[in-house]
Design a protein around this ligand. Structure first.
Ligand SMILES: [Fe+2]
Length: 507
């Protein structure tokens, strides 16, 4: 029998921890709750105390707060199966990370927090299937790129109403650029952002406030409260197009940029449902990891930013860049690349899902020369070749990508004249510059120059995917608009690919 709500609220932190009572605070659960990195026996629960979320330190004094937590089998919390007290410490921005264990595989659970007489909104999560099980299906969302100031997050509201086992978030959770005091395009929110948001985000306090701003959004909170997430980052969590210790600005010394990277990585870890084993040490944070869904799928969360060789021939579109072929350059870094190749080679799962940031398929941009984007796998062909060689030996390889703010469906070829060895699904942005459109002259050119691109689209939205024993299905869910509130969602295109014979076919 679980604790009724009143008694859960009444239990003071002092009684549970022996700590001194804290001064009363206003409702600190303004940023919602989240869960992530599920295992068969556990999951990470997250929240952050911030009574005034847009202020430094969320409006809290620099003292720790005890935070009670409960995990229940039912949404009324009558069957509580795990509970305890965590500490929201000021040195971690008053965030809470609870690594719950002792749960049962493949189950839904409900969780909540409380502190100082305040109860958090409830969240729902789901453990992964038992390692020895043979699940019939895995349903997941793929999303990336949520520029707060460019639009609303109605895509998240629609995603939250679907049934997903997990959400893969592939980076650009925040954007680091200046936002004006009314929140950019969100003109009806009545926001009065502090002047500090008009600065580029480059300190720990500013990164923390940026996460708080994004997390105030109720639709984003709903999506976090509905499913466990598995996240990785891209560039904007630190700085546009950075590479390892190299700033996008050429005159910034590495040691200075690494100070900023340390602040950005710390704020990232604090503000996401990640285990303590991924907490950063200075400017370094190990984020790549793998998850198993019984014998159906193995998911690899990759980091293509922290270890990459600097982009060659500039960060963006370049033609005839011979240096990109240099075998000494790498996108993943040798240790992560070798870990991935080794694990893919030994996997006994039917599907291998590579959840990562940038487009892997070759993409010629057309025009007078053979232009390619040096920030993507096209800038690192030797690394890509190694992955595709492994994919050719690993049936059921699926690459998930974000970053571009376009939808693409691509067949991945080891050699252009042979059958595809894997498929790639590139998901568009949740919110970024404008509402987008079904196509653009640039996308039309790309389709013409890249016959392996089965689909391209420039609207906002997310991917809805299902893996069954022998087949992948992907639905491209697109938004009518994001620059005004209340956008509707529809399925623009659907594709399937067979495990034994990869290649995307319109469904
Ligand atoms: Fe982005």
């Amino acid at each position: 029998m679980g604790l009724p709500r009143r008694r859960f609220l009444a239990l003071s932190g002092a009684a549970l921890t022996g700590a001194l009572p804290r001064p009363r605070i206003a409702d600190p659960f303004t940023l919602g709750v989240a869960s992530g990195d599920p295992l068969p026996e556990g999951v990470v629960l997250w929240t952050r105390l911030a009574p005034r979320p847009l202020e430094p330190a969320g409006g809290l004094p620099p003292v720790p707060y005890p935070v009670g937590w409960q995990v229940a089998e039912d949404d009324r919390f009558t069957r509580v199966v795990r509970s305890g007290t965590a500490t929201a410490a000021p040195e971690f921005g008053h965030t809470v990370h609870v690594d719950v264990r002792g749960l049962r595989p493949g189950r839904d659970y409900h969780y909540r927090f409380r502190t100082g007489g305040h109860l958090s909104p409830p969240g729902r999560t789901r453990t992964t299937p038992a390692r020895t099980s043979s699940p019939r299906a895995l349903r997941f969302a793929v999303a990336s790129c949520q520029s707060y100031s460019d639009g609303y997050y109605d895509a998240w509201r629609h995603a939250a109403a679907e049934d997903f086992d997990v959400v893969f978030f592939l980076g650009d959770y925040i954007y680091e650029g200046a936002i004006d005091s009314v929140g950019g395009n969100r003109l009806d929110t009545g926001l009065a952002l502090p002047d500090t948001f008009e600065l580029e985000t480059d300190t720990l306090d500013l990164y923390r406030m940026r996460y708080a701003l994004h997390r105030t959004d109720p639709d984003l909170q709903a999506a976090h409260a509905a499913f466990p997430w598995m996240l990785t980052w891209d560039d904007h969590e630190v700085q546009d197009n950075y590479a390892d210790a190299v700033s996008r600005f050429p005159d910034v010394p590495a040691q200075d940029f690494l100070v900023r990277r340390a602040d950005a990585y710390r704020a990232y870890w604090e503000n996401q449902p990640l285990r303590r084993s991924h907490a950063p040490a200075g400017p370094d944070m190990s984020l790549h990891r793998r998850f198993r869904f019984g014998d159906l799928a193995e998911a690899y969360l990759l980091d293509t930013r922290q270890y990459r060789s600097d982009q060659v021939c500039g960060d963006n579109l370049r033609a005839g860049c011979a240096d990109r072929e240099d075998p000494g350059r790498t996108l993943l870094g040798a240790p992560q690349r070798d870990w991935l190749l080794d694990r893919m080679g030994r996997s006994e799962a039917r599907w291998s899902v590579l959840a990562q940031q940038v487009m892997m398929a070759e993409c010629r941009y057309g025009g007078p020369a053979d232009r390619r984007d040096m920030d993507k796998w096209d800038g690192y062909p030797p690394d890509r070749q190694r992955i595709l060689e492994q994919a050719a030996r690993t049936p059921g390889t699926v690459v998930l990508s974000g970053d571009l703010h376009y939808n693409y469906a691509a067949d991945l070829h080891l050699r252009p004249d042979e059958r595809p060895v894997a498929v790639e699904l590139v998901g568009t942005s949740i919110s970024s510059a404008g509402d987008g459109s079904d196509s653009t002259p640039q996308l039309d050119l790309q389709r013409e120059y890249n016959p392996h691109l089965r689909f391209a689209n420039a609207q906002r939205g997310y991917l809805r995917c299902e893996l069954t024993r022998d087949r992948l299905r992907a639905d491209y869910r697109v938004m009518s608009e994001v620059t005004r509130r209340g956008g509707t969602v529809s399925t623009r295109a659907s594709f399937v690919s067979e495990r034994e014979r990869p290649g995307l076919v319109a469904a």
